[in-house]
Design a protein around this ligand. Structure first.
Ligand SMILES: Nc1ncnc2c1ncn2[C@@H]1O[C@H](COP(=O)(O)OP(=O)(O)O)[C@@H](O)[C@H]1O
Ligand SMILES: [Mg+2]
Length: 377
């Protein structure tokens, strides 16, 4: 059985990461289908599924709990009890509300914080907050014990590294000068220091008195729960280092995505997190020795137009060939770069996209086929 197959059978947590747009959400969902077909109770936490994929999984935003795929749909997709597939769309607002409720013991104060107009705007703006909430959600579901496997599709961070850096980045933001300026004076004696006084005047000028007051209330409440958030984040990172967790890195054969992936891989190692595989999505490496279009395609009395058409066709075919050669080299490079126990899986472009359970099933079969995996020898 491929290493990926073993992960799907044995692990409790699988985290799919990579740059935006490479196919993380699709891959996560396909892996969830595969594990459920194998008889496991699986939950996939998705962040930004396409509309059709969300429909296929039966998820909508803002549901407080995961939604199980309807049993008849499960059966059609080859999932039979005890196997089950549930999905949940990660909603940063919902998760941060739950976090606030848990951390702020006084319900009145928790309510105040959540009703604060700033809170509603700012939770998504704070760098690292979305990544942090993803970890929170994951942690919560793992602790619940209702699932044999939880698959996390990481948020669409511009840079995949944000995800691992969440606690530090959140910390930087909260310790940062701008944030400190927004905090009301701790001893309540008005502004301390000329800078703070000036900043206060500028900010209330910019935002208006009322909004500035809201800002201060929000940030002071928020700073008091930060220590706890940070502690949680550290604990979660430790949790992610255990051997029932595995990270999968998804990438596509595009320079920027690859650069991100290689750098990300080094960081995963540095943080001592378990990297279990590298998935090169939308690769053309498999097409080999396809015949080039030649004069045999021309009709007996070919006109100039026929010849021009053939030329155009040949150009296209040559370009395709170059792509294929590039992708083959890329797979070699990735395999050489990866550590010995890391599988490199290549996935082609599926014509028509992948946005229903059948498509996910097809992708799952591809991913689990040993013929598509390579390990450094
Ligand atoms: N191998 C593939 N073949 C065809 N379409 C794909 C493939 N992988 C992903 N897609 C499509 O590409 C789009 C983006 O994929 P998605 O999984 O949402 O990326 P990400 O989550 O990394 O941003 C989706 O519409 C998905 O259906
Ligand atoms: Mg996504």
């Amino acid at each position: 059985m491929s290493l990926l197959g073993q992960h799907l059978r044995q692990k409790l947590v699988i985290i799919c990461c990579g740059a935006g747009g490479v196919g993380k959400t699709t891959t996560s969902a396909a892996l969830a289908v595969a594990a459920a077909q194998d008889g496991r109770r699986v939950l996939v936490l998705t962040t930004d599924p396409s509309k059709r994929l969300a429909e296929a999984l039966g998820v909508t935003a803002n549901t407080p709990d995961p939604v199980r795929v309807r049993p008849e749909r499960e059966a059609e997709a080859g999932i039979r009890p005890p196997g089950a597939l549930s999905a949940w769309m990660l909603d940063p607002k919902l998760v941060s509300d739950a976090t606030v409720r848990r951390l702020v013991k006084d319900p009145q104060r928790a309510r105040e914080l959540m009703d604060n107009p700033i809170y509603q705007q700012v939770t998504q703006m704070i760098a690292g907050m979305q990544e942090y909430t993803a970890m929170e959600a994951l942690h919560g579901f793992v602790a619940r014990d209702e699932y044999d496997l939880v698959i996390l599709d990481t948020p669409p961070a511009r840079n995949a590294l944000n995800f691992l850096d969440a606690p530090r980045r959140l910390g930087e933001f909260l310790d940062g000068r701008i944030f400190q300026m927004l905090l009301p004076d701790r001893d309540g004696r008005g502004f301390g220091g000329t800078t703070r006084r000036m900043a206060g005047r500028v900010l209330s000028g910019v935002f208006g008195e009322e909004f500035y007051a809201d800002l201060q209330v929000f940030f002071s409440a928020f700073s008091s729960i930060f220590a706890q958030l940070n502690g949680n984040a550290q604990r979660m990172r430790q949790r992610m280092q255990q051997d029932d967790v595995v990270f999968l890195l998804v990438t596509s054969p595009v320079r920027t995505a690859l650069d991100d992936a290689l750098y990300f891989e080094d960081r995963i190692r540095e943080l001592e997190l378990p990297l279990g595989g590298l998935i090169l999505n939308r690769s053309r490496h498999l097409a080999e020795h396809r015949p080039m279009p030649g004069p045999e395609l021309l009709p007996p009395h070919a006109t100039d137009a026929h010849h021009r058409a053939l030329k155009a066709l040949q150009k296209l075919a040559e370009r395709e060939r170059r792509h294929e050669a590039e992708h083959r080299e890329l797979v070699d490079t990735l395999v050489q770069h990866a550590a010995k126990d890391i599988e490199v899986l290549t996935v082609p472009e599926f014509p028509g996209g992948i946005d229903d359970l059948e498509g996910l099933g097809a992708l799952a079969r591809w991913l689990l086929d040993d013929a598509h995996a390579r390990v450094r020898d």
